[in-house]
Design a protein around this ligand. Structure first.
Ligand SMILES: NC(=O)c1ccc[n+]([C@@H]2O[C@H](COP(=O)([O-])OP(=O)(O)OC[C@H]3O[C@@H](n4cnc5c(N)ncnc54)[C@H](OP(=O)(O)O)[C@@H]3O)[C@@H](O)[C@H]2O)c1
Length: 321
C-alpha cells in the first residue's frame, strides 16, 4: 500500500475506524475517502455502488458494522443480522465491481463456537454451536468471512479477513444499554463512585475469562495485515492475555477510585472462555504493546476528558457521550 494510494475506511468514526485513521495518518498515509452514515448508509446497495464508482478507492478497511454488547446483541438479533449482512455484502461486492486492490474485512472473536477449544484457531470456525446471545451477529460475520474467501476463490480478488478479540479504548461507546464489557463496567463503577453507592451490581458471575486488546494496538494490526498478509483464512488479532471479568472489574474499580463493593447478579453470562491463538500474526511480526492496566487508565482518562469537555456538572446527564 503506497502512501498516496486511496484508502477508504468504512466506519471511520467508530471505535476501531477512528483509531485506524490515527494510525494511518501517523504512518504517513495521505489519501483518504470517507462518508458518514448520514451521507452513505452502507445498507443501501445503490448508494454503495455509486460511492465506489465515484471515489474508486484502492484499499478498503471494512470497519463499519452494527456492534454492541451482550444486551444489545441478545435483544436486537434481527437488526444485528440484517444490518451486518447488508453492509458487508454491499461493500465487498462494490469493491469487487470497482477493482479495489485489497479489502480487509473485520470479523470478531465472538464468532467461534461457544465451547471452542482454547486457544481458538480459524479451523475451529463452524465446528460447534454458537453462543446464543450473539448468534445473529456471529452468523453475519461468518457470512462476511465466507464472502471474502469466495471472491478470492472465484475471482482471484485479494480480499482478506481478520478476527480481533474484544476491543476497548478512547472512542468507545459509553452507554448503559449498548456498551461492550469494559465501558459498561467503567460506566457503572464510575456512577457508583460519584453517587457514593455502597455496592455496584454487575451482570454475570464474574468467572468468564476474556481477552482484551487496546484499540490502537488493533489498528496497528490492521495496517500491518494490509501491508503483509494475503492469506485465504482469517487471522486472529489479540493480546494473548486472559483476565476474569471479576479481576477486570477490580482493576477498573482501582482506576476509577471507587471504594464500594462489587456484586455479580448471575444473569446473562456469555461464552465461558475466549482466548485467541495469535501465533500466526505474532510470527509475521505484529504484537500487542499496551498492557490492560495502561489501556484502562487511558480509556478512563479519555472518558473523564469527554465529560469535562461537555461542561457537565451532572454526570447522570451523560449516559451517552
Ligand atoms: N468493539 C469490539 O470489541 C470489536 C471486537 C471485534 C471486532 N470488532 C469489529 O470491528 C469493527 C468496528 O467495530 P467498532 O467497535 O469500531 O464499532 P463502532 O464503534 O460501533 O463503529 C462502527 C462504525 O460503523 C458505522 N456504521 C454502522 N452502521 C452503518 C451503516 N449502515 N452505514 C454506514 N456506517 C455505519 C457507525 O456509524 P454510526 O456511529 O454513525 O452508527 C460507526 O462509525 C466491526 O466490524 C466489529 O464487528 C469490534
Amino acid at each position: 500500500m503506497k502512501k498516496n494510494e486511496k484508502i477508504y475506511i468504512a466506519g471511520h468514526e467508530g471505535l476501531l475506524g477512528s483509531a485506524l485513521m490515527r494510525t494511518l495518518k501517523t504512518a504517513g498515509y495521505t489519501n483518504f475517502v470517507f462518508a458518514t452514515k448520514a451521507e452513505l448508509d452502507l445498507r443501501n446497495q445503490q448508494m454503495v455502488e455509486n460511492f465506489f464508482a465515484a471515489k474508486k478507492p484502492d484499499y478498503v478497511f471494512l470497519a463499519a458494522a452494527t456492534v454492541g454488547g451482550i444486551k444489545a446483541n441478545n435483544e436486537l438479533p434481527a437488526q444485528f443480522l440484517y444490518d451486518n449482512l447488508m453492509i458487508q455484502t454491499n461493500v465487498i461486492h462494490a469493491a469487487h465491481n470497482n477493482k479495489v486492490k485489497k479489502i480487509l474485512f473485520i470479523g470478531s472473536s465472538c464468532i467461534y463456537p461457544r465451547t471452542c477449544p482454547q486457544p481458538m484457531q480459524p479451523h475451529h470456525l463452524l465446528t460447534g454451536e454458537l453462543e446464543k446471545t450473539n448468534e445473529a451477529y456471529a452468523i453475519a460475520k461468518i457470512a462476511g468471512i465466507k464472502m471474502v474467501q469466495s471472491y478470492r476463490k472465484q475471482y482471484g480478488d485479494n480480499f482478506i479477513s481478520c478476527m480481533p478479540t474484544n476491543l476497548y479504548g478512547p472512542g468507545d461507546t459509553f452507554d448503559a444499554e449498548k456498551s461492550h464489557v469494559i465501558p459498561a463496567l467503567m460506566l457503572k463503577i464510575h456512577h457508583a463512585h460519584f453517587e457514593n453507592a455502597k455496592t455496584v451490581h454487575l451482570w454475570g458471575t464474574g468467572n468468564a475469562l476474556r481477552e482484551f486488546l487496546y484499540v490502537d494496538d488493533c489498528a496497528r494490526a490492521l495496517l500491518f495485515l494490509m501491508e503483509n498478509f494475503n492469506g485465504f483464512d482469517p487471522i486472529n488479532i489479540g493480546s494473548g492475555e486472559e483476565i476474569s471479568i471479576c479481576d477486570l472489574a477490580q482493576m477498573i474499580k482501582k482506576v476509577v477510585g471507587y471504594r464500594g463493593t462489587i456484586v455479580f447478579d448471575q444473569q446473562l453470562e456469555g461464552t465461558p472462555r475466549k482466548l485467541l491463538d495469535c501465533a500466526p500474526i505474532n510470527n509475521l511480526g505484529w504484537n500487542a504493546h499496551t498492557s490492560i492496566h495502561v489501556g484502562l487508565k487511558r480509556t478512563y482518562e479519555w472518558y473523564i476528558g469527554r465529560l469535562k469537555n461537555c461542561g457537565t456538572k451532572r454526570i447522570d446527564d451523560l449516559r451517552v457521550i
